[in-house]
Design a protein around this ligand. Sequence first.
Ligand SMILES: C[S@@+](CC[C@H](N)C(=O)[O-])C[C@H]1O[C@@H](n2cnc3c(N)ncnc32)[C@H](O)[C@@H]1O
Length: 256
Amino acid sequence: MAWSAHQYLKFEDERTRPARDLLAQVPLERVLNGYDLGCGPGNSTELLTDRYGVNVITGIDSDDDMLEKAADRLPNTRFGKADLGKWRPSHPADLLYANAVFQWVQDHLAVLSQLMDQLESGGVLAVQMPDNLEEPTHRAMRETAADGPWKNTFSDGGLHRKPLPAPSAYFEALAPKSVRVDVWHTIYNHPMKDAESIVEWVKGTGLRPYLAGAGEEHREAFLADYTRRIAAAYPPMADGRLLLRFPRLFVMAVKK
Ligand SMILES: C[S@@+](CC[C@H](N)C(=O)[O-])C[C@H]1O[C@@H](n2cnc3c(N)ncnc32)[C@H](O)[C@@H]1O
């Protein structure tokens, strides 16, 4: 299931806002060996290199298209291909920063706890993940998948991201290894032109596995059905725009 940097970057400003908000809370003035995990097309990496310098940050991602775009954008920054379920830095890091990726990594709580062991004392793990599975965007994906000629394709249920664990689970996993753990939610409200724009947004992320599952044969019908549900779930404001509510979970831990 390949990612598309082009599709992802259609909403670059909105998608990079939580990356900025996460970085604003990182209490490090300088970094010598930092990583942008799930760097995507380099939008979040650029925030890190602007703050800490191009030579001290490495971007890691598992997708070739994303890595190619990232290298074009930041030609003097190191990038590497790896699966974050197994990746470890070659030597202890002082910053492990991950914007909008660990929701895709199986058993990410255990992985985050193991990554704490890869930090130097005083090093920081900073993570942001969408917490939007109960939002209309994602309910409508499940409803569309369950109700159409394609429904048998989705019978294994394996397409869905799992709900995030409760905030307390992050404290329990990380606090024994940390001097400080900070967990918070922010709910963004993005004004969107119309239902089609919301569909374009999720096509870059959450809708990808559903469209891949529906296959070429059903793709257009699946999209039409899904778009109809989105139009019904997001009523227009007075100026005609729709408000896309988007809750996100932030986690930051400073290593003991
Ligand atoms: C939603 S994008 C986030 C991009 C960027 N960090 C940002 O802040 O906008 C998620 C990225 O995580 C990558 N990804 C997903 N699962 C991964 C895994 N198991 N290991 C490494 N990268 C992964 C995808 O290829 C994609 O580039």
